[in-house]
Design a protein around this ligand. Structure first.
Ligand SMILES: [Zn+2]
Length: 144
């Protein structure tokens, strides 16, 4: 008998919105190389793909928390919901920025004293891109 090493795991969660127990298939790679656990996994489900689903998943790919929100046809573009979605995206971007900073520091200390490499220029560009995107969401105005 040979050991079956699947790339995927199936997890189960209860959805408050549609009152259903869902089975979700997660790629094991999803949990790799994160700086923070549990991490967010955001997607839409439902027949109309109108249920915003945020799963909080730990290192072992166990679901630690579930947040669901119905986005009805009428108000799918309502400002309030957009703001909520943007807030969630922004928290993802913040994490991305933190991850990026760690990666940048690691790379910088690993290549200290050496000539600037293409990877380093790529990282610098990426960092500026993330910063620009963040600023474009909030403007560059400071509260003071
Ligand atoms: Zn559901």
């Amino acid at each position: 008998m040979e050991e079956q090493k699947s790339e995927f795991v199936t997890r189960r969660f209860n959805c408050q919105i549609c009152g259903t127990t869902h089975d979700i298939t997660l790629n094991k790679k999803l949990a790799e190389g994160r700086n923070r656990y549990p991490f967010h996994h955001i997607y839409l489900h439902g027949d109309l793909k109108d249920i915003l689903t945020i799963l909080y998943i730990d290192k072992e790919l166990q679901i630690r928390g579930v947040q669901t929100e119905l986005m009805s046809r009428e108000d799918i573009f309502s400002k309030e919901q957009m703001v909520e979605i943007i807030e969630k995206l922004v928290s993802e971007i913040e994490h991305l920025r933190e991850d990026y900073n760690i990666l940048f520091d690691k790379y910088q200390s690993a290549t200290q004293g050496k000539q600037e490499s293409p990877v380093m220029s790529f990282l610098k560009d990426l960092g500026e891109g993330i910063g620009d995107f963040f600023n474009s969401l909030f403007g560059t105005k400071n509260d003071s």
